[in-house]
Design a protein around this ligand. Structure first.
Ligand code: FAD
Length: 386
């Protein structure tokens, strides 16, 4: 049987960042993906790094990510289009303003720099904003990058260091014997490794079920589109009206938004596709926020699936039983977190421990989670989350 030190399941940005760091540390690493490299959420993301001010437990890891983003182009040797001009989270009606003020209170528990700014300050920052803007939270250290280029940069940097990626090779199960993993079963046969890392988004839950492990993730579908290139309007990451918006280096306005539809996934299922009514709804809200975009041309639209944990925080766990098994989920904000997640997961895979601040992000926090948590949360397939 073929043998590697580490097998990483999933060639998304989290799996590739993990594989890159493990390979760089001297391990022989194989990445397996059921489809093409970076074809799922990682290349469909909007591209923000959020500093996770609203969830203090993962804010420390987000701040590690921020430092790594600053050096990423040099580290990987390929461009990511990292742009650190801050994030504005604005309100354009009274309900959104009340929600934003509550969020601002939750930010107080963290040590990231942020401030509540009034309508005028919001429009001084982004003059194209609607005159209905009421105020916003400005976080100067947040940033954004190009998801396709960054995911590919991790893949190339991993390959440059001698790693191997096998596409169109679905993993069917994790092989375990005597309390330790010893490889994976794929559609093309078994492959041996003393360490298996699952970065397969929502599929990680399915791969762990036969081992008797509950890894609580709910898949949800998001929609996005880009406009044709426009003259420069703003460089900040921008959130308002249920939308996340950035302007790319080429001038495209890139937007994603809800409402989000909870779904179920299976290994052979087709990737998500956008629905016309929802894309129209997102476009309409975009014009409400940026009236200047009412004549913008939509270039293309797409949908993607993200994996959400019950408390919406990152989940990274190294298992004692079976030994040699590590699993992770980015809970819907993995693009920004991936540089730090990759270091932490590779540390766990190779040394069984990490210096990075993931103590509050393990599976232990879900020890008393009810078995029917998706029903209890109303996160079952077919339900909509606004
Ligand atoms: C529209 C949209 C906008 C987003 N915007 C942002 C943002 O602005 N900022 C941010 O931080 N995050 C954002 N996200 C979330 C972010 O994209 C994800 O959290 C991140 O990409 C997760 O990376 P991943 O590697 O864990 O998952 P994925 O990229 O989904 O990769 C998982 C991989 O595992 C593979 N796989 C699954 N099952 C198997 C199997 N059985 N065998 C082999 N391979 C398997 C899949 O084919 C896939 O390639 C957004 C997501 C979407 C869809």
């Amino acid at each position: 049987m073929e043998s590697f030190d580490v097998i990483v399941v999933g060639a998304g940005i989290v799996g590739l960042a993990t594989a890159y760091h493990a390979q760089k540390s001297g391990a022989r690493v194989l990445v397996l993906d059921k489809g093409a490299t970076g074809y799922e959420a990682s290349s469909r993301a909007t591209g923000y790094l959020s500093l996770r001010g609203e969830t203090p437990e993962e804010c420390a890891l987000a701040q590690v990510a921020e430092k790594l983003w600053d050096e990423l182009d040099e580290e990987l040797g390929y461009p990511t289009e990292w742009t650190q001009k801050g994030r504005l989270w604005a309100a354009i009606d009274d309900g959104e303003l009340a929600e934003l003020k509550a969020t601002f209170q939750s930010f107080q528990a963290t040590d990231i720099g942020f401030e509540f700014i009034d309508a005028k300050a919001c429009r001084d920052l982004i003059p194209a904003l609607t005159d209905k803007t009421l105020g916003g939270i400005y976080t100067p250290r947040a940033g954004h990058a190009n998801p396709q280029r960054t995911t590919q940069a991790f893949a190339w940097a991993f390959l440059d260091r001698g790693g191997e990626i096998r596409e169109h090779t679905p993993v069917l199960s994790v092989l375990e014997k005597g309390g330790a993993v010893h490889g994976v079963r794929t559609t093309r046969g078994d492959i041996h490794a003393g360490t298996v890392v699952l970065c397969a988004a929502s599929h990680t839950t399915k791969l762990l079920e036969p081992l008797g492990i509950v890894f609580p993730l709910a898949p949800v579908r998001l929609e996005a589109f880009v406009t044709a290139p426009l003259p420069p309007l703003f460089e900040e990451a921008f959130i308002a009206h249920g939308l996340a918006v950035r302007q790319t280096r080429r001038g495209n306005i890139h937007v994603n938004g809800g409402p989000f539809e909870w779904i179920d996934v299976d290994v052979t299922g087709e990737p998500a596709k956008p629905t016309t009514p929802l894309v129209r709804n997102i476009a309409q809200r975009l014009v409400e926020v940026f009236p200047v975009l009412r004549k913008a041309q939509m270039l293309r639209s797409w949908a993607g699936i993200v994996d959400i944990t019950p408390d919406t925080m990152t989940l990274i766990h190294s298992f004692d039983t079976p030994r040699g098994l590590v699993a992770a989920s980015a809970s819907g904000h993995g693009f920004g977190m991936a540089p730090a997640m990759g270091v932490a997961i590779a540390d766990l895979a190779l040394q069984g421990r990490t210096e990075l601040p993931i103590g509050d992000l393990t599976l232990d926090r879900f020890a008393s989670l009810p078995g029917d948590w998706r029903r209890a949360w109303n996160w079952q397939a077919g339900n909509i989350n606004t």
